[in-house]
Design a protein around this ligand. Structure first.
Ligand code: C2E
Ligand code: CA
Ligand code: CA
Ligand code: CA
Length: 286
């Protein structure tokens, strides 16, 4: 409670206190949360801009905290990275979502364009963890899912200045047939020439580009930049995905610019896996 008058300046900021306690509380609660099964995954579809068909989905982890309700990844992933829990948590996310991809494959088969692909986020700590390749191999074997149904998303910033120790496991995964996507592309100081030494097959254009397509007409400089990135990506045989598509106008603009796939609230919010079933079925039945 706030006391009046002169000692106001001695009062601690109660909100900052609550935040600190929560942060500390969340950090200590993390390991047990994994054991108790408090994490769950929502799936957000990725759609082909050409024909609107579903390409796959991105797995996005959430924490159903017994006191605080559903917490988004921005609240706890940094804590999990700090404590190292991100390694077992990330492994759990990968196993769950690859298993889900196997269920989708069983439901829809391996259609002409291949089965639905699952995109899983990797944090920089996981990249540095020596078990990454073996864990991935084990998960694919346990679930019987083909490597090309898995796409690992790594942020551009995690790979900037990355040495061979970090790149080697990614190269090995890419050789196995796992797709690697460069997430949040265009936010860091990307050295475009650097792309050639990275084993990536997908560029995921950051939401900031999509946002600038909201105005009509869109900022001509941004249009040129996206046009240039798409041209470069395609010349290197990379597919371009855009995230944060919220309107049909954005989708249309990005399609005209040559982007391959899109993700965003315009198509679907992240949700339970059966939501993707409806989309994919609607897609299959026209
Ligand atoms: P991200 O990889 O860039 O994921 C996209 C974020 O954009 C997600 O936020 C998603 O819900 C949100 N989003 C999707 N469509 C739209 C849209 O149309 N408009 C807007 N404004 N936002 C949209 P979310 O789920 O809160 O995830 C935040 C970040 O947390 C992710 O960013 C990713 O970096 C990280 N994250 C999520 N799951 C995992 C995980 O399993 N492992 C790791 N290491 N990181 C994860
Ligand atoms: Ca991502
Ligand atoms: Ca992203
Ligand atoms: Ca992001």
């Amino acid at each position: 409670a706030k006391s009046a008058g002169g000692n106001r300046f001695e009062l601690a900021d109660p909100e900052a206190d609550a935040r600190a306690i929560t942060r500390h509380g969340l950090t200590t609660a993390l390991p047990a949360a994994l054991d108790r099964g408090e994490f769950f995954i929502e799936y957000q579809p990725l759609v082909r801009l050409g024909d609107g068909s579903v390409r796959g989905a991105e797995a996005l982890v959430r924490w159903l905290h017994p006191q605080h309700g559903v917490l988004g990844p921005d609240r706890f992933i940094p804590l999990a990275e700090h404590t190292g829990l991100i390694v077992p948590l990330g492994r759990w996310v990968m196993e769950q979502s690859v298993r889900q991809a196997g269920k989708w494959r069983d439901l829809y088969g391996d259609g002409a364009e291949g089965s639905l692909r699952i995109n899983v986020n990797l944090s920089p700590c996981q990249l540095q963890h020596p078990g990454l390749v073996q864990d991935t191999v084990d998960i694919l074997e346990r679930t019987g899912v083909a490597p090309d149904a898995l796409c690992l998303e790594v942020t551009e910033s995690a790979l900037i200045g990355a040495d061979d120790d970090v790149l080697k496991p990614l190269h090995r995964l890419a050789e196995m047939g796992v797709d690697i996507a460069l997430d949040d592309f265009g936010t860091g100081y990307s050295n475009l020439a650097n792309l050639r030494r990275l084993p990536v097959s997908v560029l995921k254009l950051d939401r900031s580009f999509t946002r600038s397509m909201q105005q009509f007409p869109a900022d001509p400089v941004d249009l040129k930049i996206v046009e240039g990135i798409v041209a470069l990506a395609h010349s290197l045989d990379l597919a371009v995905t855009v995230e944060g598509v919220e309107t049909g106008a954005q989708a249309e603009q990005l399609r005209i610019l040559g982007c391959d796939t899109a993700q965003g609230w315009y198509y679907a919010r992240p949700g339970p896996p059966d939501r993707l079933h409806h989309l994919a079925l609607a897609d299959a039945t026209g």
